[in-house]
Each structure stands twice: as C-alpha cells, then as structure tokens.
Design a protein. Structure first.
Lengths: 194, 194, 194, 194
C-alpha cells in the first residue's frame, strides 16, 4: 500500500474529528450574553482539544513522512491511533459540559494517555518495519517528549481526584511542550536530502 | 474516469462514516461513572463497527489498486457499496442503544450482509471489465473469505432469534477473519512488479 | 487556479453531503420492528437523494474533466451548485419525515430544480471560458437530458398539489434517466486522446 | 512539510465546515409552509456564511499558492485561522435562530473579525518566511481589502447596539467586496510564469 492513501485517509479522519468537535458547542436558546456563560467551559475544552488534534496531525505528518513503505501492521496501528483520536469529541464535550469535574477530566486524560500509547505503538511499528537502519529511529533520538507525556497524563489523571485544576494545568503544559513542531525529524530528514 | 478520483471520493466517504459514527455516543448528563454505564454497549458496538469500516477501507484499497480502468458500472457498483456502508452509523447506534437486543442485532447483520454482497458485486464488476486475463481474478484466488463471510452473517442473523450473543460472537469472528489484510492481492500485484 | 483543488474541494463537499444525509435517519427508541416503520419514508427519500448526489458527483466529474482552466467565474458557479446540493439533507429529511406530503415534496423538487439550473449555469460558464472551440460544448451535444430534467422537475412540483405520488414517480424517472453515466463526454474526450 | 498536505488538510476542514453548517437548519415538525417561516433567518445567515467560507477557501488557495515552503509557524498560523472558521456554524446558527438580534450579530462580527486577523497573521507569517523578495508581499500590494475589512467588521459590531440591520448590511457589503477573487495575486503569479 502506498503511503499516500494512508496519509490522505488519516488527514480526512483528523480533519473531520477537529471539525465535528465544534458540534458539541450547542447553539443556546436566548440571545443574551448570559446564555453563553454556561458554554465557557465547553469552549475552553474545545480550544484545548483543537490544539491537541493539531499537534497529532502535525506530528503524524512528520512520522509518516519518515516512513517509505506501509505494511499491514502499520495500517492497523494507524487505525488504532485514529480510533482514540475519534473519542476526542465525546470526552471534550463531557469534560466541558461538567465544568472540568473530576471524573470527566480523568476520562479526558485517559483518552490522551491511550492516544499517546497508540502513537508510540505506531512509531515502534514503523521503526520495526524499517529494520536496523531505521531513519525514524535515528530521527526521534531519545524521544524524551514521547516518554514524558504519558507520565504527565497519568499524573494528571491521579490529580483529578485531589486537585482537579492541576490536571487541566498538566494537559495545557503537555500541549505547550508539543506545540513546537518536532524539529528533530525535520532536521534529520533534511540532512538526508529527502 | 481515472481511478484516483474514485479512490479519493471513496476514502472521503469512508473517513466520514468512520468518524460520524462516534456522534451516536451521545455526551451523557451528569459527571459520575454511573452515567457512562448505559453507554458501554454503544461503545462496544462502536469498536466493532470501527474495525469493520477499517477492514472495508483496507480491502477496498487493495481491490481498487488492482483495477486500472473505471467504467460506469464500476462507479455505480462502488456507490452501491458506499450506500450500505453509510448505514453503519444508524445500525451501530440502534444495536448499541438496545444492548445487542435481537432485532437490532439482526438488522446490523443485515447491513453487514448487504455490504458483503455489494463488495462482491463490485469485485465481479471489476473482474468482468478486466476480461479473461483479469489480474484481480487471479489475485483473489478461491476468495474463501469472501464466500464464507456472507454465510456467517446469515447464520448470525438467524441466531439472534435464539441466542443473541452467538450473533455478536460471529460478528467478532468474521472481523478477526478479515483483520489480516488481504495478502493474496498484495503478493500477486508485487510479483507483477506493480 | 488549478482544477485539481477545485475537484478535490467539490469531492470533499459532495462526500460530506452524501454521508451526513444519513444523520436524518435518527436512531429510534425501542428495539422492535415497529419502531422502524415510521422511518420507512425517511429511508426511501434517503435512497433517492443518495442516487441524485451520486449522479451529480459523476456528471460533475465528467464536466470538470473537460475543463482545463478554472476562472473566478467557474469557481463561484461551482460553489453555487454546491450550495444547492448542500440543501439535500434538509429537504430529504423534511420530505421523508412527512411521508412525501405535498409541500415538502414540492420543496424537494424546488431544490432539485435549483441544483439543475446551477449545474447548467456552471456548464455554460465553462463553455464560455473555453471559447468557440469549446470541447465541453462539443461533448454535451444537444444536452437533451439537461434540458428535459428541469421541465420534469417543474411538472413534479406542480403535480404535488394534485397527485403527490406523481411527483415521486417523476423524481425517480429523472434519476433513472441520468443513472447512465454521460457517455457523450467520455466518448468525445476519448476520441481526443485525453 | 510539503504544502500539498497543508492544502489538502485545510481544504478538508473548510469543506466540512461549509457543509455541517447546514445541520443548524433543523428539519421542522409539520408539513406546512408555516413551519418553514421561523427558519427564514437561519437560512439567510446560512447563505451569508456559505459565501464567507467560500471567500476564505478561494483566498486561502491563492495565498498558499504563493507559498513554496511551509514552516512550523505557517502551519500553526494556518490552524489558528481554521480554528476561527470552525466557529462559523455556531455563530451562524445562534444569529439565525435569534433573527439577527444585537448580541448574536455582534458575536458573529467578532468571529468574522477574529478570522480576518488570523488570515492577516497567516499572510504576514508567510511573507516573513519568504524574506525580502517575498512574492506574496509583491502580490498583495497595498492589501486595501485586507485592511478595510476588519475596520468594517468593528463598525458592524458597534452598530449592532444601535441599528442591528446596519451590521447585516456591512457583513453583506464586505462579502461583496471579496466576492471578486483576488486577481492581484493571480496576475502577479502569472507574470512570474508560475
């Protein structure tokens, strides 16, 4: 399978996820500023998830760029990642509508954690398919961001039961960590002349 | 008609189907774990359908890859397949919300069966268009999976009236059967140097 | 503007329209065959609209295929067509939920008529941009289907006030008329070696 | 990052936004013309937003066409623009359902203003990345439309509190201003032989 179709399909699914998330922002009844107030937390969780999906789209692109051949394993590891990303609209809406309450925030973190693990599985699957001289393995280096994020998500999930806002702070912190595009892969690929 | 646009359009429709299915997972009221419980069966049916749509996307790609020229007949056979796939969100939601009750499970199987028949019609239409030396015909070989699946779907539909859970087991079994990508076509095409 | 992006954007919009139409088929409460009965007319109108959107996608492809250069006028004529197509989910749902009652059926016909006119405007805009030797003009020939369809839609709209089912019969008849892909353009283009 | 994927992703998101907006046009209960009447303002706001999204798609295409290399900054400036565009369905629905009342109309103008600023930021980011000989900078010239629009949006927002219909007139006026595709960039690029 050519990687173009994998890329196009993933782009399509990610574009739909990022856009249908806004449907959780239900049009309120009434025409006053007051009716918008209860939507503030839904809106804030929408912004957070929009950034996360943007980060996944960006990093996914860099990763697939470093992958020449698509195997069956890569294809299913990719669908597994898309599955967890597809749950973003649900958990974003639930967390937002409940004003960042403990359990919805923990579930949000659970989906973030699952997506991070799915991303890592996809990465390892590509590296395994590329063999010993894997350009992706060379490109990601120590992958400290990829290793730190799941730990922070787990801490955030735990913290929802004690200080719910620490969880939100951690979700924002991890997003900021990734907001910078992964220059390592870009750099490594550029030095290869690709 | 070039096959690229057929492929792009099919990918778009399949990407939308797989993503809007999650909209049947309605955000519940309340912020406790208890409000999630009734969603468990919707979530399980979502996972099952996600895998099925993934399988169709994968196999569809391999089939179209083996098709060089798109005729009007192929185009409409393809739209016919997309029609049945487009009913997945509806039957998935209905089966999930009714906790795998008999009639919704039978209808789910009916759509699976119709999609399998539509897939077979598309396959035969491509083979007919390719003529005697059809590479697709050579590639699919005995097509035992394609012949067995409809039989298992029919058995599952019947079983919903006696032992509903047998139907679910059969749906999962057929999914597992197909989860392995169709290596026959891949192999056959690779030996052709394409 | 290259025609590729126009084609990709139109494909995307049409793929979304054809798929979100199914969201009008609301998952019913209850798990009996009886709860499906009221959905029968929604389902039938969904089939009809699915075929119409499929026809538009197919014919649109052939038309854009015969168009080499995209002008600002073509772009807006195309968006105008997409606008009317985007109303299909609404009128399909309204007609279906009201069991093909007179006024919803007339509005359905009105959108069909407007889409046909928008298609004709797009066609004329492309022909005008191509100048005297327009390959599209040569390809469509007498365009009897394009001329007959709006007349039949208008008749159908009128008939909704006397015999509503005549309108449905006419909608089905026009769909059957177009179901055969437009071989004239295909043939004409092929003889040009494109 | 190649600009093709940026373009394809943006096209996907814009195609979804323009299409899901129609979901705010809820299918009414009843089969009389009377039940459509309350939808008139939702329909009018849908037309307005459809044109705006069409304008953004068109101008976005011309801008990206003049951009050869995509940096991380361009990517995030582009996602920032898509974020504001993704709010169109919400504000369109809210303004339409409240018959162009003051506060929903002001919020609509606020999203128009934010999108215009996001577009300007994206433009400046591309120009900065291109350096002193930026073809985009040369192409946009004085950019009087880009400078006038935010001023008119701000005036419209203010006017909602005194004469709400002036705001609507201004929104229509700015749309008409942009409806003509940006020939400057097209012209400039053509003279470069691109």
């Amino acid at each position: 399978m050519g990687k173009n179709r994998l890329e196009a399909f993933s782009d399509g699914v990610i574009a739909i996820i990022i856009t249908i998330m806004v449907l959780e922002l239900k049009v309120p009844h009434g025409d006053t500023l007051g009716v918008l107030a209860p939507l503030a937390s839904v809106f804030m969780s929408y912004i957070l998830s929009f950034i996360y999906i943007g980060i996944y789209w960006n990093n996914h692109h860099h990763m697939i760029h470093a992958c020449k051949r698509v195997t069956g394993g890569i294809l299913w590891a990719n669908l597994h990642l898309l599955f967890w990303l597809s749950l973003f609209p649900f958990v974003t809406g639930w967390m937002g509508e409940n004003h960042f309450a403990a359990i919805p925030s923990a579930l949000y973190g659970g989906v973030l954690l699952a997506a991070a693990i799915a991303y890592w599985i996809l990465q390892q699957t590509i590296i395994a398919a590329q063999g010993v001289d894997s350009p992706l393995k060379a490109a990601i280096g120590t992958d400290w961001k990829g290793k730190l994020s799941p730990v922070l998500y787990a801490l955030a999930i735990l913290s929802t039961f004690f200080w719910p806002w620490v969880a939100q702070a951690l979700y924002v912190a991890v997003a900021l960590l990734w907001l910078v595009p992964d220059r390592r892969i870009e750099k490594s690929l550029r030095s290869d002349g690709t």
